[in-house]
Design a protein around this ligand. Structure first.
Ligand code: FMN
Length: 193
């Protein structure tokens, strides 16, 4: 594992990292195995402590590892990782380690030890799965508490996103379907009327 180059994000600002609905890379590990998949569906759901909802199909290897370890990571790929994001969402890690296959470097999450991706990513959130026994078999949606977060200060600093022409490659991506993405750009500061 490499050392983190990101700067910590205060937990009260963690929801801002996924407020705009970026596609995320869900990372997981348990018993010497690790994995990463793409997820277009995630959102903040609670303020304090910060909690998130992520749709992780019950049949995925990610779900199996997350359930076994009690946690997962949400990493926000930048534009430069569009191909990687699409690729890790095309096949299961049960057949082989996707980190190795795609040459992905990971840093270790500070609280749960989850593998987290920084190279090419704008930010990550380390999340503790909230066990929901009555819904576990019925739904793909998982709820989790954010226990740590960090971001590349070139694009997220002091609790705010900075989208500009110098950080295009780090700008988050949004899945439109079938491998087509748009990047987050063109920020507008609204004023109360
Ligand atoms: C762009 C993209 C977005 C996706 N979004 C989701 C999602 O929100 N939830 C989900 O369960 N699967 C989603 N998938 C599919 C999973 O990434 C896919 O099933 C993956 O192969 C699971 O890998 P695993 O078995 O190694 O965990 C998405 C795939 C792509 C390419």
């Amino acid at each position: 594992m490499s050392a983190s180059r990101f700067e910590p994000v205060r937990l009260e600002h963690a929801s801002r990292l996924i407020n705009h609905g970026p596609t995320v890379l869900v990372t997981s590990a348990h018993g010497g195995r690790r994995n990463v998949m793409a997820a277009a569906w995630s959102m903040p759901v609670e303020f304090t402590p910060p909690r998130v909802a992520v749709v992780i199909d019950k049949t995925t290897f990610t779900r199996e590892l997350a359930r076994a370890s009690g946690g997962f990571g949400l990493c926000l790929p930048g534009l430069a990782l569009a191909d990687l994001t699409y690729s890790v969402g095309q096949h299961s890690g049960r057949g082989g380690d996707k980190f190795e296959r795609y040459g992905i470097q990971a840093v270790q999450g500070p609280v749960l030890g989850m593998p987290l991706i920084e190279q090419g990513c704008a930010a990550w959130l380390e999340c503790r799965l909230i066990p929901e026994r009555h819904t576990e078999d019925a739904y793909d949606t998982c709820f989790a508490e954010v226990v740590a977060a960090a971001a590349d200060p070139r694009i997220f600093a002091n609790g705010h996103w900075l989208f500009d022409e110098d950080n295009t490659e780090l700008q988050t991506i949004h899945h439109l379907g079938a491998g087509l993405f748009v990047r987050s750009a063109g920020a507008v500061q609204a004023r109360a009327l």
